[in-house]
Every structure is written in structure tokens, then in C-alpha cells.
Design a protein around this ligand. Structure first.
Ligand SMILES: C[S@@+](CC[C@H](N)C(=O)[O-])C[C@H]1O[C@@H](n2cnc3c(N)ncnc32)[C@H](O)[C@@H]1O
Length: 287
């Protein structure tokens, strides 16, 4: 299959099985079709599942271009681009370490997140976690490169993303090396903020830097294993309120890697959830 066929197949699967996230978002369909994901995926990446030898395999564009391209357009596979903050390199080959610290998120989740973020042309957007720069390129296509700020905490990852974004034949967004938990003050305020790294607690700087009525979309850690993609609207007194819209899995922002007690994070205690089962099915509610 050539790249165009991979793109079409990937979009069809996202459309069919993943809630029609392109629906009502013609700009997103256009961005996904016109910005090759392959441009952003490094030549050597780890596949996110262990092989039969118990190691995470490396897919190499030069050694096996077809397998690499298939991985790039697998709708539900994030490709791992960094392990242990760069202490292990894809050049070292397959690894047993699952200390994933950077990736290109899977196409289905990228599309799902941009659907929920719903950025409008000309809005100012802040992305936390530039990674490869792929999501930044999709966002820039919608809001305009000059309206997008993206921050990455890892200097070498940011440098690589900057280079990748600049060699494209399209205006490149601003990429800064910064701890995104502090937002990015020089370009604030923002209409929308999207984090592609997971938080346990919404950083106060995000509430300060998003305009009243603006939106924060971020994965939030939950006591249930998966993270919850959470869509919040900021009010005019520095609070944000919203819903958990989907189950996702993301890497943690660096300074929130250590897990804090759930009760400190505002979660209901697990005994507060009530499960009722019957012949017709079951329901689970907060009691
Ligand atoms: C899932 S990857 C991002 C994927 C990326 N958006 C893409 O399109 O390739 C998460 C990224 O968040 C970065 N990160 C983690 N903590 C951060 C922080 N506090 N501030 C900014 N970036 C952070 C990681 O280094 C990693 O590159």
C-alpha cells in the first residue's frame, strides 16, 4: 500500500469505529489528509507493545519501510520516540524498559482531541507537549501558525520538532522549551489550551492564562487505570468546570509523575460508586 492508501484506510477506521470525530470538522479531515504524519515520525521508533521476546521492538524506516509506514498509520498505535528521558535511544534497539517519556500520539486520539478542542481560525492556542510537532502542525493548519504556541520540556525533543516543522512547506508555529505546567506567559492569554501530557491536578497557571469562556482540554489521571480526557471551560473568576469526555492513556507531565493520594485530587472514594447488576445489564453510578 502507498502512503495515500494508508491515509485513507486510517481515516476510514477512525470514522467508522471511533465516533465519527471528523464529522462536523471538515478542517480536521483536510488537515489529516494534507499533512503527512510520516513527516513527523522519526526513522527509528519503538512499537508500544512487547514482542514475543518481551522487548519493545524498533521499527526502522530504512530496514523495513513498509512495516514502518503501516505503524505510522495504525489508528490506535502511539509510536514511542523517547524512553527514560532519552537515556535509551532507538539506536540501541529493542528494550525491556516501559519508561516511555515521549511519543507521537495515536492518530485516533489526535483526531478525537482536536474534535473536542474545536479550535477556530485566528484563535490563540497553547499546546503543552510538542513531542514530534505533528499535533502542532495540525493545529497551525487550523488557527494559523502565528496563533499557535507549543511548549516542550525536553530540549532535544523541542529542537527536533522545530527542525521538522521548519523544513515543511508551511509556516511553522512557535516552539519553546518550557515547563508547560507554567503555561507560557509571554503569549497569554489564550482562547484554548490543549495538553498532550497527562496531569493529576490542573495547573493554576492554565486557569490564569486561558481567557474567560476559553477551553482547556487535557488528560487527567484517574483511579481507574485509564486517564480521562477532560474538557473544561474557564470562567471569569479563575475557575474551570467541565466533563470527562473519553478514556485515554498519556504520559504524565514531568513534575506530576509521582502519584499523589486520590483524595488530595478531589476524587470521590471508590466506595462512593454503586454498581447495580440485573439480567438486562448493569449500571454504575456515584451514590
Ligand atoms: C505524548 S507526547 C506529545 C505528542 C505530541 N503532541 C505530538 O504531536 O507528537 C508528550 C510530550 O509532553 C512532554 N512533556 C512532559 N511534561 C511536560 C511539561 N511539563 N511541559 C511541556 N512538555 C512536557 C514530553 O516531553 C513529551 O514530548
Amino acid at each position: 500500500m502507498d502512503e495515500r492508501q494508508h491515509v485513507e484506510q486510517c481515516m476510514e477506521i477512525i470514522d467508522t469505529y471511533r465516533g465519527g470525530y471528523f464529522n462536523g470538522r471538515p478542517w480536521l479531515r483536510d488537515a489529516f489528509e494534507s499533512i503527512p504524519r510520516s513527516h513527523f515520525v522519526p526513522d527509528r521508533v519503538w512499537w508500544p507493545e512487547r514482542d514475543t521476546d518481551g522487548l519493545y521492538p524498533v521499527f526502522d524506516r530504512t530496514a523495513d519501510p513498509e512495516r514502518w509506514l503501516e505503524a505510522v498509520y495504525t489508528p490506535t498505535a502511539a509510536l514511542i520516540t523517547q524512553i527514560a528521558d532519552g537515556k535509551i535511544s532507538p539506536k540501541d534497539g529493542p528494550t525491556e524498559s516501559s519508561d516511555f517519556t515521549s511519543s507521537i500520539s495515536c492518530p485516533a486520539v489526535v483526531v478525537q482531541m482536536l474534535h473536542h478542542l474545536d479550535p477556530q481560525p485566528g484563535e490563540k492556542v497553547l499546546e503543552i507537549g510538542t513531542g514530534t510537532g505533528y499535533n502542532a502542525a495540525l493545529l497551525a493548519h487550523r488557527v494559523g501558525a502565528g496563533h499557535l504556541t507549543t511548549v516542550e520540556i525536553d530540549p532535544s525533543t523541542a529542537e527536533q520538532a522545530r527542525a521538522t516543522l521548519h523544513i515543511r512547506d508551511a509556516p511553522a508555529p512557535h516552539v519553546f522549551v518550557a515547563d508547560g505546567e507554567g503555561g507560557y506567559t509571554p503569549h497569554a492569554p489564550y482562547d484554548r489550551l490543549i495538553s498532550t501530557a497527562c496531569v493529576q491536578r490542573i495547573p493554576p497557571a492554565w486557569l490564569e492564562q486561558v481567557k474567560p469562556g476559553g477551553v482547556i482540554l487535557t488528560p487527567v489521571a484517574t483511579p481507574f487505570g485509564d486517564d480521562a480526557l477532560t474538557l473544561l471551560t474557564v470562567d471569569d473568576v479563575g475557575h474551570a468546570k467541565g466533563r470527562l469526555v473519553a478514556a485515554v492513556r498519556f504520559m504524565r507531565v514531568r513534575s506530576q509523575r509521582q502519584r499523589r493520594p486520590w483524595r488530595e485530587l478531589g476524587w470521590p472514594r471508590l466506595p462512593d460508586f454503586e454498581l447495580t447488576a440485573g439480567p438486562d445489564g448493569q449500571s454504575i453510578r456515584q451514590s
